[in-house]
Design a protein around this ligand. Structure first.
Ligand SMILES: [Zn+2]
Length: 107
C-alpha cells in the first residue's frame, strides 16, 4: 500500500482505498498508471499557471514603468500613486511567482 496525493483534491490518500477520505473522489476505479498521469497533468497545469502569472506580473510591472516614463505623472497626484502601486504590485507579484517556480521545480 502506498500513500498518494489524491488527484482530485491533492490531499493524502491510500492508493488501495476505493475513494478518497477527504473529498470522496473515486480512486478505486483508476489504475496506478491513470493516477500518476492525472498527478502529472496536474503538476504541469500548475507549472503553466505559474509561468502565466510570471508573465502577467512582468507585463504589469513593465507596463506601469512605461506609463510612468511616458506620462510623467505629477508629484503627489492620484495618477502617480496608482502607477507606483501598479509597479510595486507587479514587482512583488513577479518575485513571489519566481520563488514559487523554484519551489515547484524542486518538488
Ligand atoms: Zn480527494
Amino acid at each position: 500500500m502506498a500513500i498518494i496525493n489524491c488527484p482530485f483534491c491533492g490531499k493524502k490518500a491510500s492508493d488501495k482505498s476505493a475513494a478518497c477520505g477527504s473529498c470522496g473522489g473515486k480512486l478505486g476505479e483508476m489504475t496506478a498508471e491513470e493516477l500518476s498521469r492525472l498527478q502529472r497533468d496536474k503538476k504541469m497545469a500548475e507549472g503553466r499557471n505559474l509561468n502565466n502569472q510570471a508573465m502577467m506580473s512582468l507585463v504589469l510591472f513593465l507596463g506601469s514603468f512605461a506609463w510612468y516614463y511616458q506620462r510623467q505623472p505629477e508629484t503627489a497626484s492620484l495618477e502617480l500613486y496608482g502607477v507606483q502601486s501598479a509597479m510595486f504590485i507587479g514587482c512583488a507579484w513577479y518575485l513571489v511567482t519566481k520563488v514559487r517556480i523554484v519551489l515547484y521545480k524542486r518538488k
